[in-house]
Design a protein around this ligand. Structure first.
Ligand SMILES: [Zn+2]
Length: 235
């Protein structure tokens, strides 16, 4: 009897440990990936490994796109940096991506209007904001050195995020601080698009468009996807 009780107790303890260990070992649930995002992730894997599949850019593709019109599957809002062309990074061809680029990523009225056009008229189901490591413009804004001509028009957009990171993470310096600023800048860009565009908000609430955010690593060639609130990522 005693041994039966002991066996039961051992069983319960084992079960509890199993549950606890199971919880610890269980992978964190991934956000449900909409198909367009999976396409981008796969394309980036090919790019990073150097195993690119030649993207559609042939005569037949051009003919189809010209006669049938464009149906891109993602808007990519990204930096104008020459090292970060989204079609390359995601291994996509003509007609696949609707790309909106400004130096440093600025969500101006014109950029918002471009995104709204893609979402409302081209029915694009995914908005990606893609930052990148070692962004010159963000570095300039962080250094707070005066800039000439129209350049302050760009950097003024980055200042609120830089102030926020300086106050919430005062210990961060150098690369670590730039990396944090880059991530927050990307998240803030998505928040701005959502808050300032009634068209995007409406399409998102109807389940017609989802968001994704990433940081492209110049050296590795990989996009690091950032965590966003789940209700934003699930289309
Ligand atoms: Zn940049």
């Amino acid at each position: 009897m005693k041994s039966a009780v002991k066996a039961l107790a051992v069983g319960i303890v084992a079960a509890v440990i199993g549950v606890v260990v199971g919880r610890q070992l269980a992978p964190t649930p991934k956000p449900i990936l909409s198909e367009p995002l999976a396409r981008l992730q796969y394309g980036n894997e090919l790019f990073a490994k150097g195993t690119l599949v030649p993207p559609k850019a042939d005569e037949m593709t051009r003919y189809k796109l010209q006669t049938e019109g464009q149906h891109p599957f993602a808007v990519v809002v990204t930096c104008a940096d020459s090292r970060t062309p989204p079609e390359f990074l995601f291994n996509q061809g003509l007609g696949d991506l609707f790309v909106v680029r400004t130096a440093g990523i600025v969500i101006s009225d014109e950029v918002l209007a471009s995104i709204e056009y893609a979402v409302a008229y081209l029915k694009v189901p995914l908005i990606v904001v893609l930052g990148h490591t070692e962004c010159d413009l963000l570095q300039h804004a962080l250094s707070a050195k005066p800039l000439e001509g129209h350049l302050p028009l760009l950097t003024k957009h980055f200042e609120p995020v830089i102030r926020q990171v300086r106050s919430t993470h005062p210990h961060l310096k150098g690369e670590a601080r730039l990396s944090r600023v880059t991530q927050e800048h990307v998240r803030e860009a998505i928040r701005t698009i959502y808050q300032r565009s009634a068209i995007v908000r409406k399409h998102h609430q109807l389940g017609k468009v989802a968001f994704a955010a990433g940081v492209y690593h110049l050296r590795e060639g990989k996009v690091e996807w950032l965590k966003l609130p789940e209700e934003w990522t699930d289309k």
